[in-house]
Design a protein around this ligand. Structure first.
Ligand SMILES: Cc1ncc(COP(=O)(O)O)c(C=O)c1O
Length: 415
């Protein structure tokens, strides 16, 4: 092990952390699993699996509607997560936190409910060149429906947003600025505090796609002063099918419901329905109760380790991994922002990313290949796809070494 790698290991007990993730102990194609696909979904620690099992084995009942013991218990466990999320994001109140299926549904909720009632023909929505499809398509659909115009903040060769160009896009018709905190395809950490302030100065609202920031960066929605912030449970070591939309109370109160059904009403007659107070107005139907409880366990777990410690360790892994990959002839990193999360997206001269992914899989190494639901990013860099190794706090320097060794095998196979 090099000096750098032993220093990284010294600051963070990754072997202790890995004990919490039984999934990491397996072999794949006869090799120890090296999981480098956490930007797609993070692995789940045992405490999350246990919390979900406990709900199904002990407390299983529908929430909010029953006086019986099991319903009381499941309601309490589910609502407890909202309190944990309040702390995790530093929201003012649990009323500002809506359970959704994930980031995608969070963005769709805002583009549908807020958008349809606040955006008119000729208005403008600003997004960025590095958005995930889930923060592009809902706004495009809104623009098609209303006649509003989509504007795109460009980026430079490193994959950093060009704020001078952003400034020029803002104007009296700008209604919403919706940008990713961290790019899943490039790893860029955007200066969202500044982006939000500039949006507000132009009289627009700001939505932050937090899918890739919630798992890696300590997020404070009050300090950021964002109007909306969405993240997915499965990327913060929680289960799939659950996520959170944060919205400022006055905005959520002024928005119509997103979907109609049970649980989101106060009274229903055939003549008229009145709606429940926040946050329930936006939560129609039986939710993902087990998912909500699992998310609570995941946030407890991440908080106990500490987001700041996670960010520092992952940054060291990123620095180490960047150095290692750049030693491989013919490898080009896609995304070299100065502020970057632990994503290593790259192409290799003459070798298609899918071939790279297939050879690495035979070595037990799980990476993602393709456009990463960010086709405009691929177009901008003029590549059809990239190979992406995305790191989490349970990864080790040894695994990065394994990736580098695997890439040397790829080169041999295709030379
Ligand atoms: C930046 C970003 N935004 C949004 C999403 C969508 O998240 P989900 O599919 O969990 O709704 C992802 C998922 O990869 C993402 O990376």
């Amino acid at each position: 092990m090099s000096t750098l790698s032993s220093e990284i290991t010294a600051g963070f007990d990754v072997e202790r952390v890995r004990e919490d993730f039984p999934v990491l102990k397996q072999t794949v194609h006869g090799k120890p699993l090296v999981y480098l696909d956490s930007a797609a979904t993070a692995q789940k620690p045992s405490c999350v699996v246990d919390a979900i099992r406990h709900f199904h084995e002990v407390d299983c009942a529908n929430i909010h509607r029953g006086v019986h013991e099991l319903s009381q218990r499941s309601t309490a466990a589910y609502e407890e997560t909202r309190i944990k999320v309040k702390k995790f994001l530093n929201a003012r109140s649990t009323q500002e936190l809506i359970f959704v299926r994930g980031t995608t549904e969070g963005v769709n909720l805002v583009s549908s409910s807020w958008g349809r009632h606040n955006v008119k023909a000729g208005d403008e929505i600003v997004i960025s060149a590095m958005e995930h499809h889930s923060n592009i398509v809902p706004w495009q659909m809104l623009c098609e429906e209303t006649g509003a115009v989509l504007r795109v903040i460009p980026m430079n060769d490193r994959g950093e947003l060009i704020l001078e160009e952003y400034e020029k896009l803002l104007g009296p018709r700008t209604r919403m600025v919706a940008v990713a905190h961290v790019s899943n395809a490039l790893g860029t950490i955007n200066p969202v505090g500044q982006i939000i302030e500039m949006a507000h100065n132009a009289g627009a609202l700001a939505l932050i796609d937090g899918a890739q920031s919630a798992p890696h960066i300590h997020v404070d929605v009050q300090a950021l002063d964002c109007d909306f912030y969405a993240f997915s449970g499965h990327k913060v070591c929680g289960p799939t099918g659950i996520g959170i939309l944060f919205g400022k109370t006055e905005l959520l109160n002024a928005m119509p419901p997103y979907q109609g059904g049970g649980d989101m009403i106060r009274t229903v007659t055939f003549a008229k329905t009145t709606y429940a107070d926040l946050p329930y107005k936006f939560e129609a139907g039986t939710p993902n109760i087990a998912g909500g409880i699992g998310l609570g366990a995941a946030l407890d777990y991440m908080t106990a380790i500490g987001l700041d410690k996670i960010a520092a360790y992952e940054h060291e892994l990123l620095v180490y991994g960047t150095e290692k990959l750049l030693q491989i002839p013919g490898l080009r990193l896609i995304g070299t922002a100065r502020e970057k999360a632990a994503v290593l997206s790259f192409v290799m001269e003459g070798i298609h990313p899918h071939d790279i992914g297939t050879v690495l899989d035979r070595e037990g190494i799980a990476v993602r290949t393709g456009h990463h639901c960010a086709q405009p990013v691929m177009d901008w860099f003029n590549v059809p796809a990239t190979t992406r190794a995305s790191l989490a706090f349970y990864n080790t320097v040894g695994e990065i070494d394994a990736l580098a060794d695997g890439l040397r095998i790829v080169k041999e196979v295709f030379s």
